[in-house]
Write a protein that binds this ligand. Structure first.
Ligand SMILES: Cc1cc2nc3c(=O)[nH]c(=O)nc-3n(C[C@H](O)[C@H](O)[C@H](O)COP(=O)(O)OP(=O)(O)OC[C@H]3O[C@@H](n4cnc5c(N)ncnc54)[C@H](O)[C@@H]3O)c2cc1C
Length: 296
């Protein structure tokens, strides 16, 4: 019987684990893929306080080592089912566990285009977050894929950093706010290419071009995919309340169930970054600790 089961070993889950373990609660973290979560695939992180410049893989290793030194077990198991109750039953691909509290920290994923080699080029030319990785494309030619608010905002942001930006959008009109569209259209170094998708990625070790569905070839050194995020909440869709975009509805990292808390990218919020994920991990853990104290 655990006090706290944390689902997800990304920044939010690891932070929650650190707080719960240091509060002397019997804690375990389940991670189905990569300890460290999404950030492990980032080539460089330069906006996390305390680490001026660090690879995502090294940051993930640091997260792991800190958790390990505190004695927090992190098991590579996928949680397949959660059965709620006073004692929550958690079923993984390896076994069954019980706990007083569960913290959901299952994160989100950037929506992909579905092209061959796409995953291999992530961190080698393909990126998602301009405020995280934009600086690595200074003076380069890049493409931004998408035509919504986030794609257009990314293109405007990158117009001050990259040399040339191609905004490639499958629709015949941009679906962003009018003021954003006006700003975008006023920029000299942005070319908008519409009613076109990407059909092929070119390159060896690193991405160096794309072929569009109209057969035009773009010589680019980077591509930001801005076609939305997908919440990793399939596991809890019949358990806790989700919002319209499938993120866990939450105020103060609480869900509609008393002993299930939520932290990080999988919950409803506006900004999904490392710092907001670790902030949520703290809040969810402190709420969980209080719940356990109150139910002794
Ligand atoms: C390439 C890239 C670069 C980025 N760069 C930056 C940056 O420079 N700065 C910044 O602030 N942010 C950056 N981000 C965003 C940042 O990584 C995320 O905001 C942050 O990782 C969210 O943390 P999280 O713990 O909520 O979720 P995640 O990191 O998504 O971790 C969730 C974890 O839960 C696991 N999981 C999901 N379901 C289950 C299950 N059923 N059972 C067990 N485990 C499960 C997943 O495998 C995953 O490891 C970047 C993201 C990417 C993809």
């Amino acid at each position: 019987m655990y006090d706290v089961i944390i689902i997800g070993g990304g920044p939010a889950g690891i932070t929650a684990g650190i707080y719960c373990q240091r509060a002397n609660l019997k804690t375990i973290i389940f991670e189905k893929e990569t300890i460290g979560g999404q950030i492990a695939s980032s080539p460089l992180v330069e906006n996390f306080p305390g680490c001026k410049s660090i690879s995502g893989a090294q940051l993930a290793t640091n997260f792991y080592e800190q958790a390990d030194e505190l004695g927090i077990p992190i098991e590579i198991e996928e949680v397949l089912e959660i059965i709620p109750g006073e004692k929550i039953k958690v079923i993984t691909d390896f076994g069954e566990y019980e706990s007083k509290v569960v913290i959901l920290a299952t994160g989100s994923k950037y929506r992909l285009l579905g092209l061959p080699n796409e995953i291999e080029y992530i961190g080698k030319g393909i990126a998602f977050c301009t405020s995280c990785d934009g600086a690595f494309f200074k003076g380069k030619d890049i493409a931004i894929i998408g035509g919504g608010n986030s794609a257009v905002t990314n293109a405007i942001y990158m117009s001050n950093i990259a040399k040339k930006i191609y905004l490639v959008d499958i629709c015949d009109h941009l679906i962003c706010e009018k003021t954003l569209e006006d700003k975008l259209r006023s920029l000299d170094n942005v070319e908008i290419i519409q009613q076109t998708g990407v059909k092929e990625l070119l390159g060896d070790e690193e991405l160096n071009g794309v072929i569009l569905s109209n057969d035009r070839k773009l010589d680019i050194q980077g591509m930001f995919i801005s076609i939305g995020m997908v919440a990793q909440t399939e596991l809890v869709k019949d358990l806790v309340k989700l919002n319209k975009q499938n993120y866990v509805d939450s105020e103060d990292c609480k869900t509609n169930l008393d002993n299930i808390f939520v932290a990080g990218d999988c919950r409803s919020k506006n900004i999904r970054q490392l710092t907001t994920a670790v902030a949520d991990g703290t809040t969810a853990a402190i709420n969980a600790i209080k719940y356990i104290e109150d139910h002794k």
